[in-house]
Write a protein that binds this ligand. Structure first.
Ligand code: GN1
Ligand code: MG
Length: 371
């Protein structure tokens, strides 16, 4: 189906004047659409939910329905009570014109949705400095507050095995059994180096899983993908205003969000850097992020939660590195790529970041202990 025909099935006022690819997501296809009428302009986001990644795209939409319903009610109540120093936002699902549904299924069975765009705000692909990092922390902390009292029973697991690091290791091991993967590994010094990196850290994979099994850490509602370009910053005030990309919101350890956000925000070179000497864990950005996070969510954290913050910071780049490397060895089937070596390079970056964190362990633990 032509995209302009598809988007016109949604209930958006005005005439479609522009429709173009948008953002740098690694999973879903995203477009920005602009509608105009005599007096005003409406901008919305059109997305195809990637069914290669999400086994049940309709469940993703059912979850989004529940999450936005819960959060919008709370946001409006807080705004009415004047609770906050700003207007916190969250995108809204736009329904279909004729049937009032949350999505359209095209002739190939693909699920498409339209959500509102948060206006006068942007997400950045790289951290812009400590003030930005602080606002990212505040946005994640506020998001954790927003979803903290949601009934997890309302949600369907969006991506079974997501952020189970031991599961990614098992998948990596299984991939290594494939002749095509073994050939890729044996023909590249860099791939061999990454394989050794993983071997030296197998124990790391289960640090949070063990703490959860022992009852030290408990699942709460988490975002699942709080990387820097999923955090909207208000153009006018420079403050965090919304977390976007809600597909992976589900019950999980908030440590996974904490570690994932820091691995994204505190690497100022970004995930695609090819010069590894530029990849470092920037502690100034980390301190600023944590300050913002604690301001919004510090009251939720128990002593046990705090005890595992360092492990989460070290774990998440390791986990993502395994995911990128496994996908490279498997022929790049999960993450979008524009060239065949991209996932290999992405893995190099994450493992370098993990090393940078390890070399700063004492100093990171020190600032975490003061939060
Ligand atoms: C994917 O869709 P996007 O680009 O926000 C991935 C995250 C990774 C991230 C790395 C569902 O997120 O887990 O951290 O790429 N999302 C999924 O850039 O796998
Ligand atoms: Mg995403």
């Amino acid at each position: 189906m032509d995209l302009s025909v598809l988007i016109n099935k949604f209930n958006i006022k005005g005439r479609l004047v522009a429709l173009s690819p948008f953002g740098n997501g690694n999973i879903n296809d995203t477009f920005l659409a602009i509608y105009r009428n005599t007096f005003t302009e409406t901008q919305v986001i059109l997305q195809r939910v990637n069914h290669n990644v999400f086994p049940d795209p309709k469940a993703i939409m059912a979850n989004m329905h529940e999450i936005t319903r819960h959060c919008h009610e709370k946001l409006e109540a807080d705004a009415a009570a004047g609770r906050d120093d700003r207007v916190w936002q969250m995108p809204r699902i736009i329904k279909t014109r004729e049937t009032g549904e949350d999505f359209v299924m095209d002739e190939k069975g693909e699920i498409w949705r339209v959500i509102t765009r948060i206006m006068s705000a942007h997400a950045f692909d790289l951290a812009q400095g400590p003030e930005h990092a602080l606002e990212c922390g505040a946005a994640l902390g506020h998001f954790h507050y927003l979803v903290s009292d949601m009934d997890p029973g309302l949600l369907i697991d969006p991506l079974p095995g997501f952020h189970v690091t031991s599961g990614y290791l098992a998948k990596y091991d299984a991939t290594l059994e494939k002749p095509s993967a073994r050939e890729l590994l044996s023909s590249s010094m860099e791939a061999k180096r990454l394989a050794k990196f993983i071997e030296a850290r197998r124990d790391l994979a289960t640090c949070l899983e063990k703490a959860e099994a022992a009852g030290e850490l408990k699942k709460r509602m988490f975002h699942g993908d709080p990387k820097v370009n999923n955090i909207m910053i208000d153009d006018v005030t420079g403050k965090g205003t919304a977390m976007i990309d809600l597909d992976t919101v589900s019950p999980g350890l908030i440590h996974l969000d904490f570690g994932d956000a820091l691995r994204s925000i505190c690497n100022p070179a970004g995930e695609e850097e090819t010069n590894l000497s530029k990849v470092i864990f920037d502690e100034e950005l980390a301190t600023a992020f944590c300050k913002g996070y604690m301001h919004e969510a510090g009251v939720f954290l128990t002593d046990a939660d705090r005890a595992y913050l360092y492990d989460s910071i070290r774990l998440l780049p390791f986990e993502l590195g395994i995911r990128f490397f496994q996908d490279y060895l498997d022929g790049n089937v999960y993450f979008k790529t524009v060239h065949s070596q991209q996932n290999l390079n992405r893995a190099r970056v994450q493992f370098r970041l993990c090393e940078s964190i390890e070399s700063r362990e004492r100093s990171i633990r020190n600032f975490l202990s003061k939060l």
